[in-house]
Design a protein around this ligand. Structure first.
Ligand code: IMP
Ligand code: MG
Length: 175
């Protein structure tokens, strides 16, 4: 595996999260939303985003598996860990680290819709539209990124590099 190069710095991430938070606060300040983080990749984003929001909200997590190992999706998605919070009549904001093929987000939206939330919207820090396989609507997008495999700030390659405070590019990756 090649070298790590900073692709989006911690300062850029932090500024972007403040931007996202002001948009989300404007739309949700009086709704006590249920913020649902898609594990594992979204854990760092969730903790920074909810702090930046600084408004009444609830937090829960949902976990799916789709990537075996490596940088290519297996395409098969399974629910690994469900919400603990009833979603009926809640304003849900689903938070993803990155939307790539869109299959994960599509699957999660499908799951959550069945529970009759009052509203269901989506936020992702990173959007990689080049590899989209299904069209998904994303309400709040941080950065649109090219077709490169990136790690850090919660994103992994085979469970490695999640701890990096910056988003980095694995040099030998596809794209
Ligand atoms: P999708 O189902 O193809 O949209 O993939 C979504 C999931 O794949 C994300 O939540 C990530 O866990 C993972 N993923 C996609 N692209 C990358 C990447 O560049 N780096 C790390 N993980 C990625
Ligand atoms: Mg992952």
């Amino acid at each position: 595996m090649g070298q790590l190069e900073i692709f989006i710095s911690r300062d850029q991430i932090s500024r972007k999260i403040n931007d996202l938070a002001s948009q989300i606060r404007r739309d949700y300040y009086d709704k006590n939303p249920l913020m649902v983080g898609a594990l594992k990749g979204s854990f760092m984003l969730m903790s920074d985003l909810v702090r930046a929001l600084d408004m009444p909200l609830e937090v829960d997590f949902i976990s799916v598996s789709s990537y075996g190992s490596g940088t290519e999706s297996s395409g098969k998605i399974e629910l690994r860990q469900d919400l603990k919070t009833p979603a009926e009549n809640r304003h849900i904001l689903l938070v993803e680290d990155i939307v790539d093929t869109g299959l994960t987000l599509d699957f999660l939206l499908d799951q959550l819709k069945k529970r009759n939330p009052s509203s269901l919207h989506t936020c992702t820090l990173l959007d990689k539209p080049a590899r989209r396989k299904v069209q998904v609507h994303i309400d709040y997008v941080g950065f649109t990124v090219p077709d490169k495999f990136i790690v850090g700030y919660g994103l992994d390659f085979d469970e490695r590099y999640r701890y990096l405070p910056d988003i980095c590019c694995l040099e030998d990756s596809h794209g």
